[in-house]
Design a protein around this ligand. Structure first.
Ligand SMILES: *[C@@H]1O[C@H](CO)[C@@H](O)[C@H](O)[C@H]1NC(C)=O
Ligand SMILES: *[C@@H]1O[C@H](CO)[C@@H](O)[C@H](O)[C@H]1NC(C)=O
Ligand SMILES: *[C@@H]1O[C@H](CO)[C@@H](O)[C@H](O)[C@H]1NC(C)=O
Ligand SMILES: *[C@@H]1O[C@H](CO)[C@@H](O)[C@H](O)[C@H]1NC(C)=O
Length: 447
């Protein structure tokens, strides 16, 4: 019995790369693919009711994120997917994939079936994060389309029994009407085995252009503002497979550097409509002086001097400090060793496929039970979602995975320069500042 990506490996690698029109091969294994998503409803009556109320419109659901929970013993591993409700007709917003490839609501259907009428359930989820303490963190935007039905909330479920173990409702002082909390990353600053105290969750506000910091132990949060959370107008046009759309999304891709004893971790992040990468020390974010002044530390958040060749959505960093990210054009997945300069000469291609690797909106590093790390990627023909040209004869959504040692087998990303470990360049651009003079900019600081 194997406890990793092999368990899900359905389609033969060769079949996928010999398929006509698929272009270059991908070194990621294809785990699941869908033309349209299908759902496992608890009953035929529930399915009918969802159809009648337009809570289920076939073909409307778009998956954005993926995460995986490998389980001991005979229990099958679980693949989680999120289906944000940026439009109507999505019966489930957080689910797991069953044997038939259908999506079943998590922790159950009733949590998902509220459609904004019960703020104790889930309203709309873009991304999730699984931590080393066997918890899944779920960021619920509270919005369907542009309507804020419920306050945003951060939830944690125990993966051992799927019970709710934490809920933080975001106070209205910490979000704005345009806010959309899309990407949570979990930081447990102390690395002692079994010690889950002092957890912080950093959440990207993609259209409120900020960061939410949730102090889990104290059930409180604050907002961080900075110009680098904003999009760049000249990067707001996306072209994938010849189709273009415009999206002025701010901070979206986020990843934490690995834990190192006695050192601060770094939060790497970038706006969707950008080609830059930014970094901040997490100790800066955990300072609660942001409660009084969201733009308290303008000099502590910095951008690398060089840029990507194209825009990128999600990103993730493995235990050795190697970052993985997708590029829009050409559709591909890349690695960058964070011990090297953030520069195109240090970006190395992991997989390229113009059909199957479009718009990587979910990128995760997953630990399997053998202690290996795996890269999981969810891709979609998001350009067809945005331009309203989804084709029910084509595969629109895919989940890919591969073990990281295999992916990096011949990759220069494996090697750090002599005497440099990950975070070397992040450290150079984020000096520990002594003197701080506060200054303000723009309108966001006052909201
Ligand atoms: C945190 O506070 C909210 C109210 O803002 C409450 O509903 C929730 O139960 C609290 N969570 C914990 C873990 O105490
Ligand atoms: C919550 O928001 C309200 C209105 O903006 C504000 O008056 C209050 O102080 C905030 N509460 C906390 C705990 O931040
Ligand atoms: C927190 O931030 C404030 C102001 O931005 C600063 O004066 C203070 O030294 C910081 N605290 C820590 C522990 O870094
Ligand atoms: C992305 O790449 C394409 C083709 O290489 C190029 O035409 C486009 O300008 C790039 N976009 C950005 C934002 O750099």
């Amino acid at each position: 019995m194997s406890y990793g990506v092999e368990r899900f490996f359905l389609l033969s690698y060769c079949l996928a790369c010999c398929w006509p029109g698929l272009g270059a091969k991908s070194d990621l294994r294809l785990i699941r693919e869908w033309t349209e998503l299908e759902f496992a409803f608890p009953s035929e009556a529930a399915r009918q009711s969802a159809l009648n109320n337009k809570h289920y419109v076939e073909g409307n659901s778009v998956p954005i994120d993926v995460d995986v929970h490998h389980r001991q013993g005979d229990e099958p591993s679980r693949i989680f997917v999120t289906l944000p409700r940026f439009d109507e007709g999505r019966p489930v917003t957080l689910g797991t994939i069953d044997e038939q490839g259908r999506i079943a609501g998590y922790p159950d259907y009733s949590w998902n079936a509220n459609q904004g009428r019960n703020c104790n359930g889930l309203t709309s989820v873009f991304r999730v994060a699984i931590d080393k303490c066997n918890r899944i963190w779920v960021m619920d935007t509270g919005k369907i389309g542009d309507t804020q039905h419920c306050p945003p909330q951060l939830l944690a479920f125990s993966l051992a029994n799927d019970q709710l173990i934490f809920r933080h409702k975001v106070n209205e002082s910490n979000f704005v009407s345009s806010s959309l909390f899309v990407t949570p990353v979990v930081d447990i600053p102390n690395n002692r085995e079994g010690d889950c105290s002092n957890t912080f969750v950093y959440v990207a506000d993609v259209t409120g252009f900020g960061l939410l910091v949730v102090d889990v132990d104290n059930n409180r949060s604050w907002r961080v503002s900075h110009r680098l959370f904003f999009p760049f107008p000249n990067r707001g046009t996306f072209t994938i497979d010849g189709e273009s759309f415009e999206l002025m999304d701010g901070v979206l891709g986020m990843a934490l550097s690995p834990y190192r004893h006695g050192r601060d971790r770094y939060l790497y992040f970038h706006a969707l409509a950008s080609t830059t990468e930014n970094v901040v020390r997490t100790s800066v974010l955990r300072n609660d002086s942001f409660i009084d002044e969201p733009n308290a530390q303008p000099q502590a958040i910095n951008v690398f001097p060089e840029e990507r060749p194209n825009q990128s959505a999600a990103e993730a960093i493995d235990r050795n400090g190697v970052m993985f990210f997708g590029l829009m054009d050409p559709p591909s997945i890349w690695c960058w060793n964070t011990a090297t300069e953030f520069s195109q000469r240090n970006f190395h291609r992991v997989a390229l496929n113009k059909e199957t690797l479009q718009f990587a909106s979910g990128v995760k590093v997953v630990n399997n039970l053998k202690g290996e790390q795996e890269l999981w990627v969810l891709t979609s023909s998001f350009q067809r979602v945005m331009t309203g040209s989804l084709d029910s004869n084509r595969v629109n959504y895919r989940i890919h995975a591969e073990k990281i040692p295999r992916l990096l087998n011949n990759s220069p990303c494996k090697y750090s320069p002599k005497d440099r470990s990950h975070g070397y360049h992040a450290n150079l651009i984020t000096p520990v500042l002594k003197l701080r003079h506060s200054f303000k900019y723009g309108a966001v600081s006052y909201l």
